[in-house]
Write a protein that binds this ligand. Structure first.
Ligand code: UGA
Length: 446
C-alpha cells in the first residue's frame, strides 16, 4: 500500500484484517512509526482497534519503498491528488510511478500496480503506464499488470464502507491485471464487481462524487429560492420530494425505505471535505480540456462557493454591523463524525466574520481549532459548548453535530436570547425564540 493517508491506511488495515499480508509505505517516517506503534495518525472510528489487532502480525509500515515493492505481488497506490489551481496535481502519483518503475526494473517476478487515488480518466493509461514502462524498461501487460481500483469510503464510515462494500470497481489493461486485482477481493463474496477498462473505472469514481455534489447544490438552490420567495420552508418541500416512491420505495409490507442518497437531498450551508469539492473541480477542468465543458457541474461548484455566505446574509438581516458582535460558530469539521476541516464551510464563515471584526468564538466537539491564517488570529476557540454560547448575541450552526440538538434546552432562560442561525436545519424552530435557517424566510408569515 503506497501512501498512508486516509485511504491508504484504512485500505491497508482492512486488507490485513481480511487476511492479506500488507506493508504500508510512506515517505513520512513519523507517520510510519506511529502506525507501527498501533497509533493511527488520522481520526477514524474503529481504525485504532483494527490497526492494533493487525500491526506486527499481517500489517507493517515502512519508509523502504524498494523493499516493500520487491517483496510484494501487488502495489496499490493511494497517494494524494490535490488540486492544482482547478485541475488535478499528479506530482505524487508520477513520483510513485517513477520509483516503482525503477524497482520493477530489478524485479524478475510479475508485479501489478493499481491506482486507488482518484485520478481523472486517462491518467493511469496515459501517465502512469508510460512512466512505469520508461523507468522499468518493461512492458505493461506483458511484464507487469496495471489497473485502477477506486475507493468509495466516506470519512467517519470508512471501515464499514470498506468491509461491507456496495460495489468493487476493477479497471485493468488486460485480463491478467484484472485477475490479479481479483485476488485481493475474492474474500468479498457476493459483492457486485465491475470489471472494466481503466478509463471507465476512473470515470465511475468521478461520476459518483459529482452526483452527490449535484444533489447537495440542487437542494441548496431550492432552499435559497424558498427563502427568497418567503412563506415556504424547504424542509417541507424536500420532505414532499423525498416521498416520491422512486426516492423512498414502498416495501411490500407498506413501510418506506429511506435510501442514504436522500440525506444528500437536504438543504444546508454547503459540501466540503477532501473529495467532493476537489473531484468536481478536477472533472470540470478535465472536461474543459477535452472540449466538453461541464456546465451543470460548474454551477454545482458556484452554488457551493456561495452557500456558506447565506449564513452571513441571515446574520446581517439582524445586525447592521457585526463589529464587536459576539458570534458563536458551532462546528468546524466539514461534516459530523470527523475532525477534517478541509474545505469546510466553516472556513469562509470564520473568515468573513473576522473580516467584519465580529467577536468570534468557535467550538467543535472534535476539532480544536482551524490552524490557518487569518482565521487563527481573530477567533477564540473554546472546548465546551456551554462556554461558546455564553453571552453570545448570535449562534451560527455550521456542522450538524448531534450535540447541537441540545441548544434549545441550553438556551432556555438565557436572557437576552441569542439569535440562532441554523446552517443545517437541525433544530425545531418552534423551540427557539429568535431563529433563522437556510431555506425559509420569516418575512412571509412563517
Ligand atoms: C465522499 C463520498 O460520499 C464517498 O463515497 C467517496 O468515497 C469519498 O467522498 C471520496 O471520494 O473519497 P466524504 O468526503 O467522506 O465521502 O463525505 P460525505 O459523507 O459524502 O459528505 C460530503 C458532503 O456531503 C459533506 O459536506 C456533508 O455535509 C454532505 N452530506 C453528507 C450530506 O449533505 N448528507 C449526508 O447524508 C452526508
Amino acid at each position: 500500500m503506497i501512501g498512508t493517508g486516509y485511504v491508504g491506511l484504512v485500505t491497508g488495515t482492512c486488507l490485513a484484517a481480511k487476511g492479506h499480508q500488507v506493508v504500508c509505505v510512506d515517505v513520512d517516517s513519523e507517520k510510519v512509526e506511529r502506525i507501527n506503534r498501533g497509533d493511527p495518525p488520522i481520526h477514524e472510528p474503529g481504525l485504532s482497534e483494527l490497526l492494533r489487532r493487525c500491526i506486527g502480525d499481517r500489517l507493517r509500515a515502512t519508509t523502504d519503498f524498494r523493499n516493500a515493492i520487491s517483496e510484494s505481488d501487488i502495489s496499490l497506490v493511494a497517494v494524494g491528488t490535490p488540486t492544482d489551481g482547478d485541475g488535478i496535481d499528479l506530482r505524487h502519483v508520477k513520483e510513485v510511478a517513477r520509483e516503482a518503475g525503477r524497482v520493477l526494473s530489478d524485479k524478475p517476478a510479475y508485479h501489478s500496480v493499481f491506482v486507488k487515488s482518484t485520478v481523472v480518466p486517462g491518467t493511469t493509461d496515459e501517465v502512469l503506464g508510460p512512466l512505469l514502462e520508461r523507468y522499468s524498461g518493461k512492458t505493461a501487460g506483458d511484464d507487469f499488470g496495471l489497473g485502477v481500483n477506486p475507493e468509495f469510503l466516506r470519512e467517519g464510515d470508512a471501515i464499514r464502507d470498506f468491509m461491507e462494500p456496495d460495489r468493487i470497481v476493477m479497471g485493468g489493461i488486460d485480463e491478467n491485471s484484472l485477475s490479479e486485482l481479483d485476488r485481493i477481493y475474492e474474500v468479498f463474496e457476493g459483492v457486485p464487481k465491475i470489471r472494466t477498462n481503466n478509463r471507465t473505472a476512473e470515470m465511475i469514481k468521478y461520476a459518483s462524487n459529482a452526483l452527490l455534489a449535484t444533489l447537495i447544490s440542487y437542494s441548496n438552490e431550492m432552499a435559497n429560492l424558498c427563502s427568497a420567495l418567503g412563506g415556504i420552508d424547504v424542509i417541507d418541500v424536500m420532505g414532499g420530494v423525498h416521498l416520491d416512491r422512486r426516492l423512498s420505495p414502498i416495501l411490500e409490507d407498506g413501510r418506506r425505505m429511506t435510501p442514504g442518497v436522500v440525506s444528500y437531498l437536504e438543504a444546508g450551508c454547503g459540501f466540503g471535505g477532501s473529495c467532493l469539492p476537489k473531484d468536481v473541480k478536477a472533472l470540470v477542468a478535465h472536461g474543459e480540456e477535452a472540449g466538453s465543458p461541464m456546465r451543470l457541474l460548474d454551477a454545482v461548484l458556484a452554488i457551493n462557493r456561495e452557500q456558506p455566505r447565506e449564513l452571513l446574509r441571515l446574520l446581517e438581516k439582524h445586525f447592521s454591523s457585526l463589529h464587536d458582535v459576539r458570534v458563536a460558530v458551532l462546528g468546524l469539521a466539514f461534516k459530523p463524525g470527523t475532525d477534517d476541516v478541509r474545505n469546510s464551510p466553516a472556513i469562509p464563515v470564520l473568515k468573513e466574520l473576522v473580516a467584519r471584526r465580529a467577536d468570534v468564538r468557535a467550538y467543535d466537539p472534535l476539532v480544536g481549532k482551524v490552524p490557518w491564517e487569518p482565521i487563527d488570529d481573530g477567533v477564540l476557540y473554546l472546548d465546551e459548548l456551554q462556554d461558546v454560547i455564553q453571552d453570545a448575541e448570535a449562534i451560527v450552526i455550521v456542522t450538524g453535530w448531534e450535540e447541537f440538538k441540545r441548544l434549545p434546552h441550553l438556551l432556555k432562560g438565557m436572557n437576552p436570547s441569542p439569535l440562532v442561525i441554523d446552517g443545517r436545519r437541525m433544530l425545531d424552530k418552534s423551540r427557539l425564540g429568535r431563529y433563522e435557517g437556510i431555506g425559509f424566510s420569516t418575512d412571509c408569515g412563517n
